[in-house]
Write a protein that binds this ligand. Sequence first.
Ligand SMILES: Nc1ncnc2c1ncn2[C@@H]1O[C@H](COP(=O)(O)OP(=O)(O)OP(=O)(O)O)[C@@H](O)[C@H]1O
Ligand SMILES: [Mg+2]
Length: 405
Amino acid sequence: MTVRHRPKREAAAELDLAARLADASVVICAGAGGVGKTTVAATVGLGLAATGRRVAVVTIDPARRLAEALGLPELGNEPQPVEPALLESSGLELRGELHAMMLDVKRTFDELIELLAPAAETARAILANPVYRQLSTAVAGSQEYTAMAKLFELERSGAFDAIVLDTPPSRNAIDFLEAPDRLLAFLEGRAAAGLLGPTGHAARAAGIVFAAIRRITGVALLDDLTTFFRLVAELLSGFHERAAAVRELLADPATAFLIVTSPERGPVEEAIYFAQRLDRGGLHSRGLILNRFHAGSEDTRDAAVTAARLAPALGTELAAKVGRSAAEFEQLARRDRLAMRRLADALDEPAPFRLSDREADVHDISALVELHRELFGDRREPSPERPEAGGREPVDAKARSHGHP
Ligand SMILES: Nc1ncnc2c1ncn2[C@@H]1O[C@H](COP(=O)(O)OP(=O)(O)OP(=O)(O)O)[C@@H](O)[C@H]1O
Ligand SMILES: [Mg+2]
């Protein structure tokens, strides 16, 4: 199936990422686990700030060294300015401002309870309840839910032109969209109705539900549970209003999803599924980023040929080694071209953006700035095969010309 997953024709024709995101006030980086969402979120933040916008990047569980490199304080739960001098020393000048933070799930949840509780006393009682203490950090979905709550709060504040949101490290990208509903169902006590309701089935239902909740939260105290759901019931309408407002924000045409994937089969299929799901839900993808791409060249494909060519200069042994590793690399490059074609075809995306696989992890500013250059800058000449491609090489055209299926 072919999916049109961009909102506007103009945006679809635009092959420059900064131009595609020019009117986006929210950018959400989503994808399978470990593909580079956090790295891309930081890079996109740099890119938007470089073009003159006031940007906040909300990262979730960034690698410690990346957080340190950006000077992110662990505490605070509010975006802090990233020192422009840090970036300038790596050759990137910000015309705008870059602010960044690490999401603090517990604190965001606490603040939400305080905001939505009808009385300070209710908030205090909820925050002190053992069920809540488990819920706010351990229940599946709380990271996704608080990420959206933080996004919503920052967007409302009007303090930034653009907010770039990283998404939590779940296995499937789709969890991000579905987790808040699951969490709401939990808070609503839909799962626990039997505990509270005076129905004839209450006892049996309570037994089942109690066991389920105990599995999720590890909390065994029936009294705490009952109290928790009673207290939370007072906040439910607030939670629902919020959830509706967040859904609206996600569906806003100025909210841009960027789908991040690595070239591996699982993440690629996940990216396609996620794009289709966005499309069905009326949400807007503004682009696909294929991270950790290996760009190969045909002439390194055959280890023996490479070895023979290099032998006079390097000696037989070393030339054979180089030949073998070049061939291995070319195998990866071939896989990656196929991934690119699969994505381009399945999603009607003529030119996914790509970021090359670097030898080392992306844990310092200079590596981030180099990724930024790949994603936003240094346009290549338009390809003769696809003059409309602007500066970016039409990657699938290249794959096709190599005769891959
Ligand atoms: N293009 C790249 N080249 C080399 N290393 C990379 C590249 N992109 C990301 N990495 C590294 O891969 C690891 C995973 O990246 P990242 O943390 O951004 O992924 P993620 O999708 O956010 O993961 P999670 O799902 O766990 O949150 C990190 O160590 C990062 O430095
Ligand atoms: Mg991450």
